[in-house]
Design a protein around this ligand. Structure first.
Ligand code: SF4
Ligand code: SF4
Length: 255
């Protein structure tokens, strides 16, 4: 079916927002962010080296891939505040993780359905739990793909800091239509990486898995499994996010 390509980005954003607004989640979201990357962006070639050998390329997910759409669903400052307290992750944060992963899947399914009506193929990796349990490396790292799609810059906490902050969840969809890529921000967002200031995320890690030396993924994951066990009634929520409640949580950081 013929479709002026310039209409696609606004249609995709409209479908995405409709799914968010019709979701009956306890979790609330702020305005979502959307970015696009070209499947031919040379940075994709580096992900096997940067993330892990099991990381897929866009064409391994969809042979006719042209564009990758990435979206960020930002949590509210109220939820960030709830998870700031104490060492133990807030139940609301754990619930937000479970609900948002389900919502991301529904959004991807909706976009896929709408695109298929237009004769456009698409494919997506699950929002989470698509990683190797031994190496803890992801088969499709939404945050690295989001970086390529211009949604933000990495912080010292190894998460992506978007202009709506880092507290929220990312989803992505590989599609076979061309959409112009989103320019990547060139300025550093994290205050630690920019000027050696802040470091609040290091202090907020309850198990000292995060420091200026880097992230101890195994130590972090052991903690996430404890949280998952305690909140098993909510679903699979191996989550913590204490490091995502600092000054870069809900906006670009200021100090
Ligand atoms: S809390 Fe501070 S140091 Fe940590 S990622 Fe955010 S801005 Fe950077
Ligand atoms: S998610 Fe929690 S345990 Fe893992 S690095 Fe962040 S604060 Fe530390």
């Amino acid at each position: 079916m013929g479709l002026p390509e310039e209409k696609l980005p606004s249609m995709l954003k409209r479908w995405l927002k409709e799914e968010i607004h019709s979701a009956s989640t306890f979790t609330r979201y702020r305005e979502p962010l959307v970015g696009f990357a070209s499947a031919r962006d040379p940075l994709f070639l580096r992900l096997k080296e940067v993330v892990g050998q099991n990381h897929l390329s866009p064409s391994e997910l969809l042979p006719s891939a042209q564009t990758i759409l990435v979206f960020f669903l930002p949590f509210t400052p109220e939820l960030v505040f709830q998870n700031q307290k104490g060492d133990w992750p807030a139940k609301e944060w754990a619930l937000a993780y479970v609900e948002t992963n389900q919502l991301i899947k529904r959004i991807c399914e909706r976009l896929q359905r709408e695109l298929s009506f237009l004769g456009i193929r698409s494919a997506f990796a699950p929002p989470t739990h698509n990683f190797d349990r031994v190496t803890l490396t992801s088969g499709w790292s939404h945050k690295h793909v989001a970086y390529i799609a211009g949604l933000g810059r990495f912080g010292a906490h190894h998460m992506l800091i978007t202009r709506q902050g880092c507290a929220g969840r990312l989803g992505s969809l590989v599609i076979e239509a061309f959409i112009p890529p989103t320019p990547r921000p060139t300025d550093e967002h994290c205050l630690w990486l920019k000027e050696g200031q802040c470091g609040i995320c290091f202090k907020s890690c309850p198990v000292q898995a995060l420091s200026s030396e880097g992230l101890d993924k195994k130590r972090c994951y052991q903690w996430l499994l404890k949280v998952a066990e305690a909140y098993a009634d909510l679903g699979l929520c191996d989550v913590c996010g204490k490091c995502a409640t600092g000054p870069c949580a809900a906006s670009l950081p200021r100090y």
